[in-house]
Write a protein that binds this ligand. Structure first.
Ligand SMILES: [Fe+2]
Length: 303
């Protein structure tokens, strides 16, 4: 089987207490554990121990974790990544709280991605026997789960090739300078049946643009916007729709300046779907379909 999904996002935050207010109270994630300088969170519809790790000190991405189905899958990805020329190291159970053995890959983009197949299960409040549809006393936005991440890199074509050749991802949509003489400037890649489980746009290596939470529908996006107003959360863009992925969205910042997104209504993908191409002159419409304008902050602020 393949890489199953984005399992965790590990971020640095400047101040853990204010970050707890954002991720715990405003977004409504559940704190599942803490250790020196770190706190672990899950969304209400996530079974595993955590999906967000916050580490005090600085800002930006420490690493992403992608969950695989079996350890055999991880061994296959390990040999492919080594053949590709990426730096790959083994990680052991206990290196990350509640996470089993796996591998740690340094991507050609200098980001760290961990592959693992085992994480402690905590289950969800609705449970798996005659469950209610949602937790009745959720806090704030009450995010169900994380969805995807978008990173920047100097060579999107190289990183796309890595994810396709080594990890069996497929591109749903790509942005090129000119179809006649294409330079790839953005790629949206999936391993599930959503439009993207990871995406890269041209920029600095090792930088983090945002990660997103799945929300149920557009009314949940608008309700999230209301919560951001109540809690004085800095909003970057939205609510609006993306041309790429067709998702409805709001971008906003955590107190450290890491960009988050709430995302709903992206289309379903299948492996036989053709890849959609956007040209650079239509990028503004691809990113923000309604306003068709990229603000300076959206293109320049990364952590
Ligand atoms: Fe996104």
């Amino acid at each position: 089987m393949s890489v199953m999904r984005l399992g965790y996002v590990h971020l640095r935050v400047t101040d853990l207490d204010s970050a707890k207010g954002h991720y715990g109270t405003t977004l409504g994630m559940t704190e599942t554990a803490s250790e020196q300088g770190k706190v672990f969170y899950k969304g209400w519809d996530e079974y595993d121990h955590h999906s967000v790790v916050l580490e005090e000190g600085g800002v930006g991405l420490v690493k992403l974790g992608y969950k695989c189905e079996t350890s055999e899958d991880i061994a296959r990805y390990e040999s492919r990544a080594q053949r590709f020329g990426a730096s790959v190291a083994r990680m052991s159970k206990g290196d990350n709280m509640a996470v089993g053995d796996g591998i740690r890959i340094t991507l050609p983009s200098e980001h760290t991605v961990e592959l693992y197949s085992d994480m402690e299960h905590l289950g969800t409040e609705p449970g798996v026997l005659n469950p209610e549809s949602w937790p009745r006393f959720g806090r704030g936005v009450s995010v169900p789960r994380i969805d995807h991440a978008l990173l920047t890199c100097e060579d999107p074509a190289m990183v796309e090739r890595f994810f396709m050749e080594c990890l069996d991802f497929r591109p749903s949509e790509r942005v090129v300078t000119d179809p006649a003489d294409p330079e790839l400037i953005g790629t949206w890649l999936f391993c599930t049946n959503t439009p993207h489980d990871i995406a890269f746009i041209k920029g600095g290596n090792g930088k983090f643009h945002h990660f997103a939470y799945f929300l149920e529908d557009t009314s949940a996006i608008l309700r999230a916007g209301d919560i951001f107003a109540m809690d004085d959360v800095p909003v970057d863009v939205g609510p609006t729709r993306h041309g790429i992925t067709r998702g409805h969205t709001i971008y906003f910042f955590d107190p450290a300046g890491n960009r988050n997104e709430v995302f709903a209504n992206g289309y379903i993908t299948y492996p036989d779907f053709p890849t959609i191409t956007w040209t650079a002159d239509q990028l503004s419409k691809g990113i923000f379909y309604i306003g068709r304008e990229l603000n300076e902050r959206f293109t320049s602020v990364v952590t």
